[in-house]
Design a protein around this ligand. Sequence first.
Ligand SMILES: [Zn+2]
Length: 240
Amino acid sequence: MTLKIAVNYSPNFSTKRRIRKNIKFLLIHYTGMYNEKRAIDKLTSIKSKVSCHYFVKKNGQVILMVPDFYIAWHAGISNWKNLKSLNRFSIGIEIQNKGHEHGYHKFSKEQIKSTILLCRKILKKYKIKNNNVLAHSDVSYNRKIDPGEKFPWKILAKNKIGNWHNLDQKLLKKLRKVKISTIEKKEMIKYLKKIGYFVEKRNLKFLKLIKNFQRRYRPELIDGKIDKESLIIAKKISQL
Ligand SMILES: [Zn+2]
């Protein structure tokens, strides 16, 4: 199946063209806006100073807003490994969803289908690694929670987009809510760092970090507590 892409350009981008090898990440967002039309208007209005490369509508239609070789303004303050301001190195996809503030709901089948086709195309074109397919909440965990726990990361990974673990479901369930030791907490921090999370002591919002890790990899329970399940998932992901 091929993907049809409509065009509705946004004026919100940096005019200097970037080189191909600077496109290293794919960042996934939800709009968090109640109304789809208003979300599109905002992303294409000069006043808002925000944009994305691609917008995925509820009906699955994809809109190109900023061409890949220009920097769109979607991530804001962000960190991953030794990099900051991820806009410079990424392609941003906004998927329409009301978001946690306005009635977070499942992404539509059509959105998931189009997102898979779109991501595949981008990953192939720029040779982006699966470890570099990230949530906005991964790179800005202090202040963002999108695209949230209803985003189907597992299905995407089955389609070779992004990473996932293949740990046994029964084992995971057994380890859910099982307390960890102080040593294991230190291990968790080590794994999170290795995965790429910006774990800096000075400005560490630990609860938010753990919640966002869970939103991404353990959507069944987002309580911000490190249990054994979260620990072994983090270990596994850090090895990918
Ligand atoms: Zn976002």
